[in-house]
Design a protein around this ligand. Structure first.
Ligand code: BGC
Length: 359
């Protein structure tokens, strides 16, 4: 029954492809449209990015609920926000851009003060991925050569985006020819009120987590798994995001808001709910499920209004990210779930964004 329903939902999905322009070196960039009965997602081969997700609110009004640009030029001019991108080879930070693997120390680019962020100066977000249509979606592939941004091993990454009724599912997989580390996630900024509707501070969020990884001043985890109990990090019950964001709490002051990794309940590899966001005005609800062990909840604190698209200014806290992933700086924390990948292993992980409405 479930299988036939899934197949029926897939049968309704339409996939089409168009040109999204050319890179400065002439490489062609495409944009795929994935359309089900309930959502329409646009994905570009530049950075395997989600460009838009259109879905209805409780009154049936359709809006785009992720931040992004209409044109490739918009993405090329913005090297800061990672709008909608697949970030890698290592999503989030590696302390001092340094880690040791099999007794050898590797140095990757420091592009965030003294640390490496989202894979380095030319991360996966800056590459044109190859793409092929698959049932209900598109599969993007990137081959990152041995030594790319200082990382060992040729890494082949596949990211599949598929739509199933009201859900956008992302399946990641990676293989390598030498021991390496990998942590890929999607860096979409959601605003369930719709693009241009203001900040996300009035939205409510639930994070299915009892612990988070506190950070130092450079946003590198200290290694501790701290309880959320009695702190503004406690989102076990759905809570308005803006309620405690400016509290006198050292962790929030360091990051200028929420920008932390929450430790999800359940095992790595097991599908579980990570988060649920509710926009009270439009009634839109986003539920995030994943097989990953953590989620970086980031409230767009560093959006500073310097980027715009179609009259919309991307100002502070106008979008929120739910980056389901392994913990930041895992290669330097043997107690964290491992991000090491060895030849012969094929790692597969998945995240699904489901959109519903509530009155
Ligand atoms: C990080 C933020 C960073 C942002 C870049 C997030 O994943 O946690 O600190 O500013 O990405 O857009």
């Amino acid at each position: 029954m479930l299988l036939s329903m899934t197949m029926a939902a897939q049968a309704h999905a339409e996939v089409s492809k168009a040109s999204f322009g050319k890179m400065p070196d002439g490489t062609a960039v495409d944009i795929y449209t994935l359309k089900s009965d309930a959502i329409e997602a646009k994905i570009t081969t530049f950075g395997a990015r989600i460009v838009s997700i259109k879905t209805a609110d409780k009154a049936g009004k359709v809006d785009d609920v992720v931040l992004g640009y209409d044109t490739l030029d918009g993405y090329l001019a913005d090297k800061k926000t990672y709008f909608g991108a697949v970030v890698g080879r290592y999503g989030n930070r590696i302390a001092h851009g340094k880690f040791t693997l099999d007794g050898k120390t590797y140095q990757v680019p420091k592009n965030n003060d003294d640390n490496s962020l989202h894979g380095g100066t030319v991360g996966f977000d800056q590459h044109v991925w190859t793409a092929k249509e698959i049932p209900a979606g598109v599969e993007m592939t990137l081959v990152s050569k041995d030594g790319d941004q200082g990382y060992p091993g040729t890494l082949t990454a596949h990211v599949r985006y598929t739509v199933h009724h009201n859900a956008l599912r992302i399946d990641y997989s990676a293989t390598t020819d030498k021991d390496t580390v990998v942590n890929l996630t999607n860096h979409s900024y959601f605003n369930l009120g719709g693009l241009g509707s203001g900040t996300i501070l009035d939205e409510e969020i639930m994070l299915a987590s009892d612990k988070y990884t506190p950070t130092d001043a450079g946003l590198i985890p200290t290694g501790e798994l701290a309880t959320v109990e009695g702190t503004p990090m406690d989102f076990r019950k759905s809570t308005v995001i803006g309620k405690r964001i400016n509290d006198d709490f050292e962790q929030l002051k360091r990051a200028g808001g929420y920008d932390h990794n929450w430790v999800l309940r359940g095992a790595t590899g097991e599908t579980k709910t990570a988060a649920k966001v509710h926009d009270l005005k439009t009634g839109r609800v986003l539920t995030v499920t994943t097989t990953e062990p953590g989620v970086q909840f980031y409230t767009g604190n560093f959006l500073d209004g310097s980027f715009h698209s179609n009259g919309v200014t991307f100002s502070k806290r106008t979008g929120l990210c739910l980056e389901t992933q392994h913990f930041p700086d895992s290669p330097n924390h043997p107690s964290f779930p491992t991000t090491e990948l060895k030849p012969g292993e094929a790692r597969h992980w998945t995240t699904t964004f489901t959109f519903t409405t509530e009155k």
